[in-house]
Ligand binder design. Structure first.
Ligand code: NAD
Length: 555
């Protein structure tokens, strides 16, 4: 189906504000790669099919059905001319746009034209899930139809400036190859800020090396207390201390390691230290560590003098993608986890993705469980990748498992866009913030019945997400093939997704009673709904259905 492709320069078309147009058969990755590339190069992303849909107020399917392909091609031709009058864009073209020689000439004059090619099996696997492909939807043999389309279009694709083979390659690798072909230097570190508005309050999340932390928004000369735990402190405390000492009076404090630190005793120790150092309202607490330190320090900051600044420097994957943003603070009591706490936003979050390198395998995997959650609820919140975030994680699974810093930077940034979007709409979990608990009702129950000894939180969340998929299937909102996709993603990230068989169903069901999300004693479940990237909240689920879910999760 494919000619052997080589990456070659037709002419040097690289410059700062050049347009890059992506063409290729459906499933070649134009959209996901285009969005990623646009973000990397800080260019505007344009999808011509989406623009036509918006302009006509109907789907491509409907345009084809109601007016035919010829009409669609005319709309497409006009749009391409208009779009290419602008500069600094990554443009994902409809797969057939470049067959027309006039279109091809306009595109090649005004942009670098890249053809993305892939093996038929890869293409077919990528498009299987989507229902918006008018040229292939009703085909009995879609794979054959793809072959035929290739035969028709091959010469046009080969007339592009560069051809890049995407077969089996991650989004990151394909984007790097495109940049290389165009002579564009890959931007080194992303220093992007995400802003969360709350009343008149917002704070930023910086992605920089730890020794480049910048607290210039704080009053100089004031006091800082860095709170950390030994496994983190031994790697990073000195770096942070040295940097902050240039402008502040810096004090440090190590609390006990592990979840145990989130208790009244540690809270009291932090308070006593702040009092003995005569901390005032304008002084600042810094949490250097994972979610435990972050929650403890946030709670202390929210209550000392009725609230002082605190800064999150998250060092675990879970805290980088989740707990450091959103302002939930808490300590545990014998009656349960996180039962005493506040909503109190940090002043700033500083993330050094390289800190992940020293994290244990178990703790890293814990974060991966939460990552799958984001892959399943990103559609509405991640304006850049939307529901493609799932595919993005899938395509980059190997790099994610290997903790590739470039890829992780993108992954964390996208998760936080989702979290920031949700939190800015519902800071105190009146409704939509509950979506972040996808899979968590099952997860908390599993943790509770095993007394927090068997699973890490992320491992329990991964199993909980699979249970939520099963539940959604039984409620008619999800297809078994979608569950399979989720399980495949978990496998590629090295996550377990089954409940160990000996666990007793009735004990798990009893444990639902203690979930903080309950209303009137009824457990609530967040389940994926209809499409990957969308979720819903359901309750009043009968016990027989829950047992079916749990039994299936054990097989
Ligand atoms: N506030 C929220 O919105 C929110 C959300 C999710 C979870 N949480 C809370 O987060 C906590 C779990 O956080 P966590 O998963 O980050 O675990 P954690 O904070 O306990 O950290 C895990 C372990 O890794 C060590 N560690 C941390 N960073 C390291 C690094 N870079 N290198 C080497 N070792 C490192 C820690 O010392 C600890 O031993 C729970 O208490 C949970 O309730 C809060």
């Amino acid at each position: 189906m494919r000619k052997k492709t080589t990456i070659k320069f037709i002419k040097d078309i690289s410059n700062d504000d050049q347009n890059i147009s992506l063409t290729g058969l459906m499933g070649s990755g134009k959209s996901t790669i285009g969005k990623y590339l646009a973000q990397q190069l800080q260019k505007k992303f344009i999808d011509t099919d989406s623009l036509i849909e918006a302009q006509e107020g109907k789907s491509i399917n409907d345009i084809f059905a109601e007016h035919g392909e010829k009409h669609f091609r005319l709309l497409e031709k006009e749009l391409i001319k208009t779009v290419l009058k602008e500069k600094n864009q990554v443009i994902s073209l409809g797969g057939g746009a470049i067959i027309d020689e006039e279109n091809r000439a306009v595109i090649k004059t005004n942009s670098a034209l890249i053809a993305l090619v892939a093996s038929p099996t890869d293409l077919y696997n990528r498009i299987r899930r989507r229902k918006n492909r008018p040229l292939i939807n009703n085909e009995e043999n879609p794979q054959q139809k793809l072959e035929d389309l290739w035969q028709q279009r091959e010469s046009a694709y080969m007339d592009s400036h560069h051809q890049i083979d995407t077969t089996g390659k991650s989004v990151n690798i394909v984007s790097t190859e495109i940049m290389k072909a165009l002579g564009i230097k890959k931007p080194k570190v992303q220093e992007q800020a995400v802003v969360i508005p709350r009343e008149n309050f917002c704070y930023k999340i910086y992605f920089k090396d730890l020794n480049r932390i910048n607290l210039s928004s704080l009053s100089p000369g004031k006091k800082i207390l860095i709170v950390s735990q030994e496994p983190v402190a031994k790697h990073y405390l000195a770096i942070l201390e040295e940097k902050l000492e240039q402008d502040f009076e810096v004090h440090t404090m190590i609390v006990e390691d592990g979840e145990k630190a989130k208790n009244f005793f540690s809270y009291q120790l932090v308070m006593q230290r702040l009092l003995s150092l005569n901390f005032e309202r304008k002084d600042t607490l810094v949490a250097l560590g994972g979610g435990v330190v972050g929650d403890l320090v946030g709670f202390a900051a929210s209550t000392y003098y009725r609230g002082i600044n605190y800064i999150q420097v998250p060092t675990t994957l879970l805290s980088m993608i989740d707990s450091s943003v959103g302002g939930k603070t808490a300590i545990n009591v014998p009656e349960g986890k996180n039962l005493i706490g506040t909503f109190y936003q940090p002043h700033m979050v500083h993330i050094d993705v390289n800190n992940l390198k020293t994290l244990s395998e178990k703790e890293y995997r814990c974060g991966l469980g939460e990552l799958v959650k984001y892959a399943l609820l990103g559609a509405r919140w991640d304006v850049l990748l939307g529901d493609d975030f799932f595919d993005f994680i899938k395509a980059n699974a190997e790099d994610i498992v290997d903790r590739n810093s470039d890829v992780m930077l993108q992954v964390i940034d996208h998760c936080l866009k989702i979290k920031a979007g949700i939190v800015s709409e519902d800071e105190t979990e009146k409704n939509i913030r509950a979506h972040l608990n996808l899979g968590h009702t099952f997860a908390h129950a599993l943790e509770e019945v095993t007394k927090y000894q068997v699973f890490s939180h992320g491992e329990a969340v991964a199993i909980g997400i699979v249970c939520s998929c099963y539940l959604s299937e039984y409620l008619g909102s999800w297809e078994p093939e979608q569950t399979e996709e989720v399980i495949e993603l978990m496998k590629s990230l090295g996550l377990k997704y089954q409940i160990p068989a000996p666990l007793d169903n009735s004990a798990i069901i009893k444990a639902f009673k203690y979930d903080k999300k309950n209303e009137g004693g009824m457990p609530k479940f967040i389940i994926p709904k209809t499409y990957i990237g969308w979720v819903d909240i359901v309750s009043n689920i009968d016990t027989a259905t829950i047992i079916k879910v749990l039994d299936r999760a054990k097989t």
